[in-house]
Structure formats: structure tokens, C-alpha cells
Unconditional design. Sequence first.
Length: 57
Amino acid sequence: MAMLHRIMMTPIESLRSLVRTDRFERLLAIGWEETGAIILAAMAIGVIGAVQLIRSR
């Protein structure tokens, strides 16, 4: 879980170091980490479903 968190936080930390405005900080505070984790999980479920569909043929 820590590795997943590190992978997901790397782009955010890079962006955070590039842009230091209050507006950008507020956008990051929304919870993009959680949103990204949900999107990543949905994509993983889709890939697993596609692999199962291909294997069932």
C-alpha cells in the first residue's frame, strides 16, 4: 500500500514543487489521491475483466 501511495504521490509532489500558488494548493487539497486511487482500481477491474473475457474464448 505504501508503494502505491508513493507512485501516486510522485506526480503530485512534482507539480507541487513547480507551482506554489494558493489556488493550486486548494485544488490539491480536494483529495486527488483518493480520486486517483478510485480511478486506478476501476481500471484494474476493467483489465481483469478484459483478460477473463479473452481467456474464456
